[in-house]
Each structure stands twice: as C-alpha cells, then as structure tokens.
Design a protein around this ligand. Structure first.
Ligand SMILES: Cc1cc2nc3c(=O)[nH]c(=O)nc-3n(C[C@H](O)[C@H](O)[C@H](O)COP(=O)(O)O)c2cc1C
Length: 320
C-alpha cells in the first residue's frame, strides 16, 4: 500500500530505500507537520529541515516569494538546535516506515562534527551534510564552493559517526565534478543535488527588495533543466549513489532525473502545491516501467547516460 513494491527498491552502495522518492530538506518539516496531508510512509526517505548546533530564529520576513518558474526562499535555517532535535523531534519518527535523513549545517567546520556526534545512537538513517545553503551568513555554501573545505568536512564528520553520509551540493560552482571528487576521496557515501540558486526579486511599486533578507534561494520547475545537466556532469566522475532534485513536479520529471543518472529523487517546492505527490510519482514510475519494460528502478537510473556514451564510443570506433 505505501509504495512498497519491490521493483521500486533502491539498493546501491549505502543507499537502501524501499522506493526512490524522498522529501527534500526544508519542505517537509520534521515529518509530523504534514502528516494529515502527506503520510511519510509513502516516501523512500524523508529529509528533515536543516539543523544547526544552536537554535536559530531565521531571517526577517518576508521569507518567501513566488516568481515565474518557482519560489525564492530566505528562511535562514530557523530551527531549535541539535539538542532539541535529538530530544523532541527524532524519536516520534520511529513509527514511520521510511528512512530518516538529518540535514546538518555549519558556520564553522567543527559545527558539522558536533552535530554528527550527537546524532550517533539515534534512529537517524542518513546524515546529509549541507554545504550549499545560500541563507547562512558565513559557512554554508562557502564550504560547498571549495573542494578543499568539502574534503576536510567530509573527512572529519566521517571520523565521528557510523551513520552513512550524504553530501548536498550547490549548483553555484564552475566545476561540480571537482566537489564530487573531493567528497568521494574523503569517504562520502552518497551525493545529493541540487540546492537552490541565489536569486532576488524587487517590488516595482515600493521599489524595495521583496525579501527581508534581500536575497534568497530559487527553486521549483525553473531550475529543472540546470539540475538535470548537473546530474549528467556528476555521473561522469562517480559511481556513488546520486539523489537528484530541483524542480520535480511529477513522475515525468522524476524519470528524467533518473535517466540522467539519479538513483533516487527528492521533491521540494512542489510539496507546497501538492503534498500527496510521493504516491503519484511512485505510481507513475511503476506505470512507466510496465509500458517500457523496465524490471527495476536501477535499470532506469543512468539509462540515457549509459546509452549516450556507448553509442558515442561505437561511433568513434567505427570511424577510426
Ligand atoms: C522553503 C525551503 C526551505 C529549504 N530548506 C533547506 C534546508 O534546510 N536544507 C537544505 O539542504 N535544503 C533546503 N532547501 C532546498 C531543497 O531541499 C531543495 O534542494 C531545493 O529546493 C531544490 O528542489 P525543488 O526545486 O524541488 O524545491 C529548502 C528549499 C525550500 C524551498
């Protein structure tokens, strides 16, 4: 009933999911907020709102604005800190039949280690190291733009936890493959991409920036083609499990991400339009598999990528 069809299972490296659909961090609260409209059991995993060492009040409102192709948010990582997270938010999640991902954030490199240590022994299944939040003064995305910082953070966190590690990548880089290599060399288990693009909107009547924080992160359907291209690039340099996101609004988008190389996908912004999207995507994937003769989601993952490169190789061979 809850998307448990064995053909949907993802089993690649450390990524073990009952189906390939996740909630993207920051768009699903801590699970229980959406319970009445979106049952977490429909997801392969739910990624929870990002946490920091200490509680944060977040940015001055307005924090969110709708624009063509999506939204710009500047929440500013409002959360109650890791101690409250462990004490009050994690245990109730045990009742769900889904994997739980804690999204961790830091202003200093050491912050990631402090949080990871406190998550040890909790029912958290994966830690997602977020080095791509554009709404954090200092740290955050500045780490994600620097391969050396990425390597150093992944290495340090790995030393402090036995929980499998995901790295959330930013699209704000010249060469994303450099970031993936640095993470893989230092022991990352899974990569997730993309986080939001820095963006801004101005109210033409007041002639002031719309967001209290002036700038925020752009997400939603408008970012999808750029996300697909980045998955394609990442696939070139790694065989690690990839979780793709950015503008997914339905099963067709999910399939496109998977064809490009994603082993699983996450839905973010579209939860605000359709909170029951996970079951629709999983059903759409099953229907697509039936029509096109795929026996498992792993056959879809990277299909276009593999076929494109094989045919390129064959073309090359026949001409030389
Ligand atoms: C309101 C909002 C809050 C977000 N908060 C977080 C967060 O706490 N941590 C994080 O890694 N990503 C956060 N994100 C980014 C999403 O997880 C996702 O990477 C991004 O929105 C792209 O996917 P989408 O186009 O489907 O929304 C947030 C996005 C939105 C819209």
């Amino acid at each position: 009933m809850y998307n448990n069809d064995s053909r949907l299972q993802v089993n690649k490296g450390k990524l073990r999911l009952k189906n390939p659909v996740l909630s993207a961090s920051g768009t699903f609260g801590y699970g229980k907020e959406l319970e009445s409209v979106a049952n977490p059991d429909f997801y392969g995993a739910i990624a929870l709102k990002g946490i920091t060492v200490n509680s944060r009040a977040g940015n001055t409102p307005p924090r969110l604005v709708e624009v063509a192709g999506g939204i710009i948010n500047a929440i500013g990582l409002q959360n109650d800190g890791v101690k409250d997270f462990v004490k009050n938010k994690v245990l109730p999640l045990k009742k769900y039949d889904t994997a739980i991902v804690a999204n961790i954030n830091g202003i200093k490199e050491d912050d990631y280690c402090v949080i990871a240590e406190q998550l040890e022994g909790t029912p958290i299944d994966y830690i997602e190291i977020n080095v791509s939040c554009p709404n954090l003064e200092g740290g955050g995305v500045e780490f994600g733009k620097n391969a050396r910082s990425i390597g150093s953070i992944v290495k340090k966190v790995k030393e402090r936890t036995s929980i499998p590690l995901m790295l959330k990548l930013t699209p704000q880089v010249t060469d994303i493959t450099e970031m993936v290599r640095a993470a893989e060399d230092n022991g990352i288990d899974i990569v997730t991409l993309i986080n939001t693009y820095p963006a801004m909107a101005i109210d033409i009547n007041t002639r002031k920036p719309v967001l209290g924080n002036v700038v925020g992160g752009f997400s939603g359907p408008g970012v999808k083609p750029m996300a697909i291209r980045l998955i394609w690039e990442v696939k070139k340099v790694t065989n690690l499990p990839i979780i793709g996101m950015g503008g997914i609004c339905g099963w067709q988008d999910a399939i496109e991400f998977m064809l490009a190389g994603a082993d699983a996908v996450a839905v973010g912004t579209w939860h605000f339009i359709d909170p029951s999207i996970a079951q629709k995507i999983n059903q759409g994937i099953l229907d697509y598999m039936n029509i096109h003769g795929f026996k498992s989601v792993s056959e879809i993952a990277g299909y276009t990528w593999r076929h494109h490169h094989e045919s390129k190789k064959n073309r090359h061979n026949c001409c030389t």
